[in-house]
Design a protein around this ligand. Structure first.
Ligand code: URA
Length: 210
């Protein structure tokens, strides 16, 4: 398997993902599950955040206790489905700065087209977590990461819920420096770029469109 890919196999993540995949799962439930999974993914992604010791006073005595060494994170949501992952991660890391990259997929070429880009201006100082539930062709993810690198980001991690081998390959080839976290690596893409078995269109399922 590709070295920069981490599949989060925690039983809670897998259980919730299975519920999300089911066709009959309603949008309200889908949203709630995605938020819960995103918190569990955030727990994994932030496992190696730098820490420092500070002196604190408990009700009983003084101690040297661990705390985060700076809280310089930026969460970048790839619109619109990225917002479903953003909610949970932001709840866990409320001090993170937030940015948005608006991309849509040209249905013929499957290539990303940018319509919005607004990110914190000090990305070079931040641990940047890019969020998009579905890593399908990898074209949008690779585009967004490239755009963020041009804007100064140099410490990026990509987080999704379901990845296709095709997307992982594109990302690993174009951005070998960017670790990918996912809850599942599915089988393949279909002829119109949807992940199989997947969970359908994440944006539509999240927001009840279509
Ligand atoms: N985007 C989605 O929402 N679902 C897929 O399967 C692929 C891309």
């Amino acid at each position: 398997m590709v070295s920069n890919l981490t599949i989060v196999e925690h039983p809670l993540v897998q259980h919730k993902l299975t519920l999300m995949r089911k066709e009959e799962t309603a949008s309200s439930e889908f949203r709630r599950l995605l938020k819960e999974i995103s918190m569990l993914l955030a727990y994994e992604i932030t496992r190696n955040l730098p820490q420092k010791k500070i002196t604190i006073q408990t009700p009983l005595e003084q101690m040297e206790a661990s705390t985060l060494k700076g809280k310089k994170l930026a969460l970048i949501s790839i619109l619109r489905a990225g917002n479903g992952l953003l909610e949970g991660v932001l709840e866990l890391i409320p001090s993170a700065r937030v940015g948005y990259v608006g991309l849509y997929r040209d249905e013929d070429s499957l290539k990303p087209v940018e319509y919005y880009f607004k990110v914190p201006d000090d990305l070079d100082n931040r641990f940047v977590i890019v969020l998009d539930p579905m890593l399908a062709t990898g074209n949008s993810a690779a585009y967004a990461v490239e755009r963020l690198k041009v804007a100064g980001a140099n410490n990026l991690t990509f987080v999704c819920l379901v990845a296709a081998p095709e997307g992982v390959k594109v990302m690993s080839h174009e951005h070998p420096d960017v670790p990918i976290y996912t809850a599942a690596l599915d089988e393949k893409l279909n002829e119109i770029g949807y992940i199989l078995p997947g969970l359908g269109d994440a944006g539509d399922r999240l927001f009840g469109t279509k």
